[in-house]
Design a protein around this ligand. Structure first.
Ligand code: ADP
Ligand code: MG
Length: 254
């Protein structure tokens, strides 16, 4: 079983410190939710784990099974089993969804090994059905002209196809109506299992009614300030995030 350990991590962008001594550990088979007000650094954390070049790690480390990944390029991290679903998925005009997914899968195969077309499409259609994505989306350019909900579903399709060891889902619920949210949650729940560690980043508790986490962490001003079980999300829902700003403790679970 693989695990990721983030130790005393500090991250800056344009000399502004965003993450300030953050500690977090998660393993395959676990679902962790990271909640927190906007601007806490949740997306920054996700992007730093994935290896986004704009962010400078000024302290601490990120270990995958005891080995630092900070020196690895994003594609190398992906090959080691990391996957990030973006809060704002990018549009890639001119590249069809099917070709994009095929190239991504092909890139993970050992040199000389070829991805079988029939096998690929069989798997693709199976995953698309699971996520209720119409077949015509295979021919459309990646995310181009997709609605917010379609983009998010497409991110989960990539996750389903790539079968990573760890998936970080950054506000996968944002911009989804309740029906789309349920489809996305169903997809994630189907993928859930001992081989996949999931980090769900979300501002709202709503998603966690549909994807029930094993652990909940609260992030504020670049740090994890509180961790607990799934009931912590309910406390946050009831109390909001204002207690963080006043320094008042969140009430203990009943
Ligand atoms: P969250 O996802 O919790 O809302 P973010 O990680 O997006 O928080 O942002 C945390 C802080 O870092 C914010 O103040 C944001 O303005 C700043 N920040 C994030 N990315 C950049 C960037 N590329 N350039 C400048 N500031 C950034
Ligand atoms: Mg964010």
């Amino acid at each position: 079983m693989s695990s990721i350990a983030i130790q005393d991590l500090s991250v800056s962008i344009q000399n502004q410190e965003i993450i300030r001594g953050l500690d977090l550990e998660f393993s395959q088979g676990e679902v962790h939710a990271i909640m927190g007000p906007n601007g806490s650094g949740k997306s920054t954390l996700a992007k730093v784990i994935a290896g986004h070049p704009d962010y400078e790690v000024t302290g601490g480390d990120i270990f995958l099974d005891g080995e630092s990944i900070l020196g690895l390029e994003p594609d190398e991290r992906a090959r080691r089993g990391l996957f990030l679903a973006f809060q704002y998925p990018m549009e890639i005009p001119g590249v069809s969804n099917a070709n994009f997914l095929r190239a991504a899968l092909q890139a993970r195969l050992p040199e000389g090994e070829e991805l079988e077309a029939t096998e690929f499409y069989q798997r693709l259609y199976e995953k698309m059905d699971l996520l209720e994505i119409p077949r015509q989306f295979t021919a459309r350019a990646v995310n181009e002209g997709f609605s917010g909900g379609e983009k998010k579903r497409n991110e989960i399709l990539q996750l389903a196809m790539l079968e990573p060891a760890f998936a970080i889902l950054d506000e996968t619920d944002s911009g989804l109506d309740i029906d789309a949210l349920k489809i996305v949650a169903k997809g994630v729940n189907t993928l859930r299992g001992p081989g996949l560690g999931i980090v769900l980043i979300t501002h709202y508790q709503r998603l966690l009614n549909h994807i029930v986490p094993d652990y909940v962490h609260v992030m504020f001003e670049g740090k994890i300030v509180r961790s607990g079980g799934k009931e912590l999300a309910l406390e946050l829902e009831a109390k909001g995030y204002d207690w963080l700003k006043t320094g008042e403790p969140v009430p203990a679970s009943a």
